[in-house]
Design a protein around this ligand. Structure first.
Ligand SMILES: NC(=O)C1=CN([C@@H]2O[C@H](COP(=O)(O)OP(=O)(O)OC[C@H]3O[C@@H](n4cnc5c(N)ncnc54)[C@H](OP(=O)(O)O)[C@@H]3O)[C@@H](O)[C@H]2O)C=CC1
Ligand SMILES: CC(C)(CO)C(=O)C(=O)O
Length: 316
C-alpha cells in the first residue's frame, strides 16, 4: 500500500489550520504549509493559534523548488483556487494524491483542468465548526472528512488517505457514492451558509427557531429538485439527515460565509446560490429563493467593498 509520509497544504484558514494541527502533530516538518512571502512571514513571526495552542508550521514559500509531496491539500476559498494552484505546483508530482476541502461542486474539476492528474480524490468536510479570527482558529468539533474516488472504487489512493487519517486521528468516511455525497454537502452550504449570512445567525438560531430552520429547508428543496436532473438524486430524507449534524455544532459557531460577511471579505456566493441559479436555468428548474439570496449577498458584499475602500455606500 502507498504510505503518505509528506503532506503540503495551501490555505491556512479555519479549515486548513484545524486539520493542519493534526497533520503537524503526526508528521512534524514533513507537513508543509505553502504560502507567499507575506503570509509566510506572518505565520513565522506569530505562529498560528488553534484552540489556544500556538503552532509553528513548516512554512514553504510558494516559489521554492521542493520535492513533490505524497499528498497535497487545498483549503483556500474558491475564488483563491486559481492562484493557489500556481503557488503549490512544485509540490505536485506525477504520483501526488490531491484532496480539495473546498465547499461547492467545482473545485476538483478546476484542479483537474490544470494538473490533469488521475490522483484527485473528491472530498468534503462535514460537522466541523471551525471559526477563525485573523490567525486564531477555534473549533468544538473537527467533524469528519468524507472522501472517495470519482468512480466510487477503493483505489490505492483512497486507502492511502484512509491510512493517513487513521494515523493522524482525523475522522473520515469513505463515500460509496461521491456524487451524492458532494451534492449533499452542496445542498447544506447553499442553505445554511446563505441563510446564516443574511440573518446574521450563528448555528444556535437554526437549532432553536423553527421558522429559521424551515426557511433553510426551503432553500435545500431547490437543490433537491435540481439534483434530480444532475443524477445526484437527493431526496427529502437527505434534508432530514442534516438536523442531527446541525445539532452537534456549537450554538455560537458560524458558517464560513457568515465569517466572511463579518470580516468584510468576498463570500463564496457565486459557488453556492450562483451555481444553483445557473443550473436552474440550464435544467429549467425554478430557483427563486436562491435568486434572491444571491442578490442580497452580492449587495452585502458591495457595501463591504465600499466600507473597505472608505467610500460611503450612498456615494457610489
Ligand atoms: N470554516 C468552515 O467551517 C468550513 C469551511 N469549508 C470550506 O473550506 C474552504 C476554506 O474555508 P475557510 O477555512 O473557512 O476559509 P478561510 O478564509 O478561513 O481560510 C482560507 C485561507 O486561505 C489563505 N489563502 C488564500 N489564498 C492563498 C494562497 N494563494 N496561498 C496561501 N494561502 C492562501 C487565506 O489567507 P489570508 O487570510 O492571508 O488571505 C486564508 O487563511 C472554503 O471553500 C469553505 O467553504 C468547509 C467546511 C467547513
Ligand atoms: C457545513 C458548514 C456550515 C460547517 O461545517 C460549512 O461547510 C461551512 O461553514 O462552510
Amino acid at each position: 500500500m502507498k504510505r503518505i509520509e509528506s503532506v503540503s497544504l495551501i490555505g491556512l484558514g479555519a479549515i486548513g489550520a484545524a486539520y493542519g494541527s493534526k497533520l503537524h502533530e503526526l508528521l512534524k516538518d514533513s507537513f508543509r504549509v505553502v504560502a507567499n512571502e507575506e503570509r509566510v512571514n506572518r505565520y513565522q513571526s506569530h505562529g498560528v493559534k488553534v484552540n489556544g495552542k500556538v503552532y509553528h508550521f513548516n512554512c514553504v514559500p510558494a516559489d521554492a523548488k521542493v520535492e513533490p509531496a505524497d499528498l497535497v491539500i487545498f483549503s483556500v476559498k474558491n475564488a483563491d483556487l486559481s492562484q493557489a494552484m500556481k503557488d503549490i505546483q512544485h509540490h505536485i508530482g506525477s504520483d501526488t494524491i490531491i484532496l480539495s476541502l473546498l465547499n461547492g461542486i467545482s473545485s476538483e474539476e478546476e484542479i483537474y483542468s490544470v494538473f490533469k492528474s488521475e490522483h484527485i480524490l473528491h472530498s468534503m468536510s462535514v460537522e466541523i465548526d471551525a471559526v477563525r479570527k485573523g490567525d486564531d482558529t477555534r473549533f468544538s468539533t473537527l467533524g469528519r472528512v468524507e472522501f472517495g474516488d470519482q468512480h466510487n472504487v477503493r483505489s490505492e489512493d483512497v486507502l492511502a488517505v484512509r491510512d493517513l487519517f487513521e494515523r493522524a486521528g482525523i475522522d473520515y468516511v469513505i463515500s460509496d457514492n461521491i456524487l451524492h455525497t458532494m451534492w449533499w454537502k452542496f445542498m447544506i452550504n447553499v442553505s445554511i451558509n446563505q441563510t446564516s449570512a443574511v440573518l446574521n445567525a450563528p448555528y444556535g438560531v437554526f437549532q432553536t427557531l423553527p421558522s429559521a430552520y424551515d426557511w433553510a429547508k426551503s432553500v435545500m428543496r431547490e437543490v433537491v429538485a435540481l439534483s434530480q436532473k444532475t443524477g445526484a438524486n437527493l431526496t427529502e430524507a437527505d434534508i432530514d439527515r442534516f438536523w442531527p449534524v446541525l445539532n452537534h455544532l456549537s450554538p455560537e459557531g458560524k458558517t464560513s460565509m457568515l465569517q466572511d460577511i463579518e470580516a468584510g471579505r468576498k463570500t463564496e456566493v457565486d459557488y453556492f446560490g450562483g451555481t444553483v441559479c445557473k443550473l436552474g436555468e440550464k435544467y429549467d428548474v425554478p430557483t427563486p429563493i436562491n435568486e434572491q439570496l444571491t442578490k442580497i449577498i452580492h449587495i452585502i458584499e458591495e457595501k463591504a467593498a465600499c466600507t473597505n475602500k472608505g467610500v460611503p455606500a450612498q456615494s457610489v
